[in-house]
Design a protein around this ligand. Structure first.
Ligand code: ADP
Length: 168
């Protein structure tokens, strides 16, 4: 059983993440998309919202599961008997951080291998941060995220915009 863990914040999941997940689903028997649960780091979407959105976005892949982890990633990988940590590489700018993380994780547990997958070229410029920024400014995000995420982003910003603003 070849099991891989794909960790991240997924705030929210984009077509770039999904491209990586699809590639991984073809290579591994089971892919656990693991959302990092970090109390100190609040995103646009709550942790529960990110789990629900990700589940909806990957539902067509029977061998992909959405899970969560807290603490050290290598401990989580070991606890679920995953041999591989997956990360996506978009551009040279991702490389330094990812390289450092991969080597650090190897130091912590030499049995878990980090593997990198590159998305389709058209997704290499995509990030959750940019998608959120475009959605916040009312831009069209249809090409960057699946429909369920685009709807959730629109609803999130509509709710934020209609919230009563505090007087200065
Ligand atoms: P993190 O906070 O761990 O960077 P992200 O949710 O932003 O979490 O990303 C999770 C993983 O997916 C990282 O390896 C990141 O490099 C990768 N990733 C993010 N966006 C893309 C994309 N457009 N194409 C391919 N990989 C991506």
């Amino acid at each position: 059983m070849r099991r891989a863990v794909y960790p991240g914040s997924f705030d929210p999941v984009t077509n770039g993440h999904l491209d990586v997940i699809e590639r991984a689903a073809r290579q591994y028997d089971e892919v656990l998309v693991a959302i990092a649960h970090n109390e100190a780091k609040t995103g646009l979407f709550t942790f529960e919202e990110r789990v629900a959105l990700l589940r909806e976005a990957v539902q067509q892949h029977p061998n992909v599961q959405v899970t969560q982890f807290q603490g050290l990633l290598v401990d989580y990988a070991r606890s679920v008997q995953a041999q591989v940590i997956l990360r996506g590489l978009r551009a040279v700018s991702d490389f330094e951080y990812e390289f450092q993380m991969a080597l650090m994780n190897r130091k912590l547990d030499s049995d878990v291998e980090t593997m990198f997958l590159m998305p389709k070229e058209e997704y290499t410029y995509l990030s959750s941060r940019l998608v959120k920024e475009i959605a916040r400014l009312g831009g069209d995000i249809g090409a960057f995220v699946p429909d369920c995420i685009a709807r959730a982003l629109r609803a999130k910003f509509a709710a934020t915009d209609s919230a009563p603003s505090r007087k200065p």
